[in-house]
Write a protein of this length. Structure first.
Length: 434
């Protein structure tokens, strides 16, 4: 996977754990995520505003609608993945998403206050987010091996955090002059550019002077994965390792949903103006990504290389146990913002890179089909179930303390699951090396 020459300064290489020849792929991966997340995070505050406009008490219905839409979408993705070469999956899927963005831009331009357009966009963006990001990570898991993943995934993921920082700022600045429709069209252009970089990464991998890569991996990248549209679900059910990842993702989704519902409730109570709500959501996003990018650049890669994947998977769940208990004792907006920022920054900087490293030790088909089944259907299933659970807890108790204590319990189980997954990944990596 390396070349004999590289112009990276030795100090830079030591700081970011890069090796000769990896700089082009690191830069391409960084900007692939930067463009994708800039576009998504421009639109994320718009989605949150539309969710609040539909009524905080109705969020569980939007989550259920998102889960149903995901169930419909995934077989279509599975069919596509079985028919086209791995290197062509991202441009096909991103191209379809671009056409959707253009259609929503037209709809919002002509029907800006239609509640059904808002609900449809909320659901669509929730499906788009998981599938588009999951596919980008699938490309990295396909292009890099387990050793390179531990060194480089956090550095490349810093592009996502930078995009997550720039996107909200652009959204805040442009939402008034361009409107929501204009933001969607801008996002469409960024998405196409991200797809082009994903294609380039596969070409880079094909050109590496590793004999095994040239003789085996390159032809495989030009072939379709084969199988059936439900192969990802079947592979997950047959593998204890993949089932463990599915459980980890479902618990993660539950934590996120509990905090998301609290966010909607507290923001709607604190800020009544929809534009102000969009700006508040954007500000939170900017702070989160600023913290995440610093952690990814200077901490995550060194932690993964020295202590392994386990520490990345366990650290944030442990912190969230304390965070939920704090919210149970002090359920106010200021405390929530601190907990939410820590959770999201920690997820982007630590949990997400660690979670994606788990897929570097599985076969190619599982990196795309099983991974996307877990990242979409399992994740949104966790959203839907935990959304109704949070709603039931709120009905049972008018104060949020009960729900927050249940969240602390879920976080504890989440941490245990991450601990066992990290140990299993290390064992599978050792087997592959032998």
């Amino acid at each position: 996977m390396t070349t004999s020459t590289d112009s990276l300064p030795s100090g830079f290489a030591r700081l970011f754990n890069t090796r000769p020849g990896e700089r082009p792929a690191v830069i391409a991966g960084f900007f692939m995520f930067f463009l994708l997340f800039t576009g998504y995070f421009m639109l994320r505050p718009v989605r949150e505003t539309m969710g609040v406009a539909g009524g905080v008490d109705n969020l569980q219905w939007l989550f259920t609608g998102t889960f149903v839409a995901t169930l419909v979408t995934l077989p279509l993705f599975g069919w596509l993945a079985s028919k086209v070469a791995r290197r062509r999956i991202v441009p096909w899927v991103y191209g379809v998403f671009t056409s959707h963005l253009i259609s929503f831009a037209v709809a919002l331009a002509f029907f800006p206050d239609d509640p059904w357009v808002a609900r449809a966009f909320y659901i669509w963006l929730s499906v788009f987010n998981l599938l588009a990001v999951s596919l980008a990570w699938s490309v990295l898991a396909d292009v890099f091996d387990a050793d390179a993943a531990k060194r480089l995934f956090a550095l490349i993921a810093a592009g996502a955090s930078l995009g997550g920082l720039v996107g909200p700022l652009l959204g805040i600045a442009l939402v008034r002059p361009l409107g929501h429709a204009g933001l969607l069209l801008l996002c469409a252009g960024l998405l196409l550019a991200s797809a082009a970089l994903a294609v380039w990464l596969h070409r880079w991998r094909d050109q590496q002077p590793d004999i095994e890569t040239r003789q085996q991996a390159t032809p495989a990248r030009h072939n379709a994965l084969g199988g059936n549209p439900f192969a990802g679900a079947l592979a997950t059910l047959r593998s204890p390792y993949l089932l463990g990842i599915a459980a980890f993702v479902m618990l993660l989704a539950s934590i996120n949903t509990f905090l998301y519902f609290e966010q909607a409730r507290l923001v709607s109570e604190t800020f009544s103006d929809p534009v102000r709500q969009t700006q508040v959501f954007g500000t939170i996003d900017a702070v989160v990504q600023g913290l995440a990018i610093l952690t990814q650049l200077f901490i995550t890669g060194h932690l993964a290389r020295r202590l392994g994947t386990t520490v990345l998977l366990v650290s944030i769940p442990v912190v969230m146990v304390a965070g939920f208990i704090w919210l149970a004792l002090a359920p106010v907006f200021a405390v929530f913002v601190v907990v939410m920022v820590i959770r999201r920054a920690g997820e982007y900087a630590l949990v997400r890179p660690g979670r994606e490293m788990l897929y570097t030790v599985v076969p190619a088909e599982q990196k795309y089909k099983a991974k996307n089944f877990i990242d979409t259907v399992v994740y949104r299933g966790g959203d839907a179930v935990s959304g109704w659970l949070k709603h039931a807890l709120d009905l049972f108790s008018e104060k949020p303390a009960l729900a927050m204590l249940v969240g602390a319990l879920i976080a504890a189980v989440w941490g245990l699951c991450g601990f066992f997954l990290g140990r299993t990944e290390r064992r599978l990596e050792s087997v592959r090396r032998d």
